[in-house]
Ligand binder design. Structure first.
Ligand code: HEC
Ligand code: HEC
Length: 326
């Protein structure tokens, strides 16, 4: 009798091990399954480069994440000379399951990538060598944009000054080092709505800007809060905690704001009127890239406001800053 039970247990344990190893094998060998990079040759025009410059610096903020942000200054503006060169670290202190390092996007690094390979990285989250990217890089959002906008960004990246910058590799924690291969997405590109269709246009712009990634509460890499209700914690080196605001149309969010107040909140940080001041330990600091977003066109910010007015209001009070004990 006892021997029989033992045999069953051995059988189950054996089967379980086979399953576990097959899953790990599958995750590390078979995926990501988004197909080959598209065959693509983007014709570079001045207009495309300018549009890409706008998107990359003021809407999609490629140039903010792919730079070193200087958090000794208000809002953490990118250090001059690092824009596009990568090196910003996204780790456990901001709730990421691992240590992810933004990469060099200048021609020093992407020079030998095809346009199709860059396109696939931006819209599907797969690098040139077929490895998966962690979605701190907001490709799940970029996968829903228009082909023209992505092409413009690529045209702009091609125009950047090359900056040599060798960077360490990203290191996902267990089990994300296996699960990461399930994260890339097949691009599901959409036409860009016309500006007359304000709410849909606003939804498109807020997707391009990936506002929800910071404004939806995240724990250990998973979204756990209501969309746009805020509360994600960012732990700063001085011990301060920054939390993203509720930007749903509830009184505890932006319910009481007019469109002008909303737009002006951004425009107050335009480089013509605002020079980021030095932030001493314990003083109010933010991770919201106000300075870069301030360059967004008024119409685009207005459309984002109109879209936010249509989402469900969520009652959620957020204390956005808590000074550290330094
Ligand atoms: C919120 C921060 C963030 C934003 C915004 C962002 N990226 Fe990234 N990007 C990253 C990180 C972090 C990685 C590395 C991910 C990893 O190692 O898994 C990355 C990886 C990449 C890669 C892969 C490079 C390689 O060597 O494999 C490309 C290409 C890229 N980003 C382009 C862009 C472009 C273009 C934009 C704007 C349209 C953009 N990124 C916006 C954070 C960001
Ligand atoms: C990198 C993370 C991050 C991104 C991306 C981000 N935000 Fe924020 N945002 C924050 C944090 C943190 C705060 C709270 C601190 C502050 O006021 O600066 C904030 C504050 C705000 C506020 C002020 C709310 C108030 O009550 O004062 C508004 C409005 C806002 N964000 C809108 C947006 C929109 C719209 C986008 C996309 C275009 C966006 N944010 C993208 C992190 C982010």
């Amino acid at each position: 009798m006892g021997a029989k039970i033992f045999r069953y247990i051995a059988y189950f344990a054996g089967t379980l091990l086979v399953i576990v190893f097959s899953v790990i094998g599958y995750l590390s060998l078979m995926l990501p399954n988004v197909g080959p990079a598209p065959d693509l040759q983007i014709e570079i025009t001045e207009e495309k480069v300018e549009h890409g410059r706008y998107l990359a610096n003021h809407v999609m903020l490629c140039m903010d994440c792919h730079a070193i942000r200087d958090f000794s200054l208000f809002g953490g503006p990118p250090e001059p000379g690092t824009l596009g060169a990568g090196g910003e670290i996204f780790d456990q202190s901001i709730g990421a399951p691992g240590r992810f390092i933004s990469r060099n996007l200048t021609p020093s690094a992407l020079g030998d990538w095809t346009d199709g390979e860059i396109f696939r990285a931006i819209t599907s989250g797969v690098s040139k060598d077929g490895s998966a990217l962690f979605p701190i890089m907001p490709y799940p959002h970029y996968s829903q944009l228009s082909e023209e906008d992505i092409h413009a960004v690529i045209a702009y990246l091609r125009s950047l000054e090359p900056i040599e910058n060798e960077l360490p590799e990203s290191k996902p924690d267990f089990p994300v080092n296996f699960l990461i291969n399930t994260m890339p997405v097949k691009a599901d590109l959409k036409a860009k709505p016309s500006r007359e269709d304000v709410v849909e246009y606003g939804r498109y712009m807020i997707t391009a800007a990936a506002c929800t990634d910071c404004h939806t509460r995240m724990e250990r890499g998973n979204f756990v809060g209501e969309p746009y209700a805020g509360g994600t914690e960012f732990h700063m080196p001085d011990g301060s905690v920054i939390r993203s605001s509720n930007i749903t149309p509830h009184e505890t969010g932006i319910g009481g704001w007019t469109k002008e107040q909303f737009v002006n909140r951004f425009k107050a940080y335009s480089d013509s009127v605002f020079i980021p001041h030095r932030v001493e330990p314990g003083q109010f600091q933010t991770i919201m890239p106000w300075g870069m977003y301030a360059g967004m066109q008024r119409e685009d910010l207005e459309a984002i406001y109109e879209y936010l007015k249509t989402i469900s209001p969520v009652e959620y009070n957020v204390e956005t800053f808590q000074a550290g004990r330094y």
